[in-house]
Design a protein. Structure first.
Length: 178
């Protein structure tokens, strides 16, 4: 094979190779997207609920959209039991997390990069109140729970209903009054 044939073969092979790489880059982009991270976090919480909560006592309802005063509100997970109704908000984040119950915004810090995000307790408050109004439930019957999944670390003290990983299961099981 002379150099012109080799050159011609390479010129034809390179576009073909690029077509094989496009799906790889598309999959990588989807995996890095906030949508996928959210879905992956919700799937992890669903799995741990199914594995570690007794199905005869706890009933998992996932991805619920309810009518609200200003449109609709989407709840990641509702766990119904004889001990109460648990409204679970999932956050799939990495880095250091700073915040407290009263702050409007919390901070995520990854090395020198900082980003503010809505306090998930405030976000879940709307979910809880919407569910209470629709089902005529009292404050004693509904629990707000926020669970962080992913490689995050709390750098400020968090309320007991803000957990990491499987801590939300411990919080739910700790409620024993019917």
């Amino acid at each position: 094979m002379d150099h012109t044939q080799i050159l011609h073969t390479l010129q034809n092979a390179i576009p073909t190779a690029i077509w094989y790489l496009i799906p790889f880059f598309l999959v990588a982009a989807v995996i890095k997207s906030p949508w996928f991270k959210g879905k992956a976090g919700e799937a992890a919480v669903n799995l741990s609920a199914r594995l570690f909560l007794d199905k005869t006592r706890y009933h998992l309802i996932k991805n619920v959209t309810l009518p609200a005063e200003d449109g609709t509100t989407q709840i990641d997970h509702i766990i119904v039991s004889q001990y109460g109704v648990f409204v679970v908000e999932t956050k799939n984040m990495k880095g250091w997390i700073f915040g407290n119950a009263k702050q409007r915004y919390w901070t995520q810090k990854i090395f020198k990069y900082s980003q503010k995000f809505q306090n998930p307790l405030h976000q879940n408050y709307k979910h809880v109140k919407t569910l209470q109004n629709l089902l005529d439930l009292s404050d004693e019957q509904v629990f707000s729970v926020v669970v962080f999944v992913g490689d995050s670390t709390f750098k400020t003290p968090m309320p007991e209903n803000v957990t990491h990983g499987g801590g939300y299961v411990r919080f739910i099981k700790a409620q024993t009054e019917q």
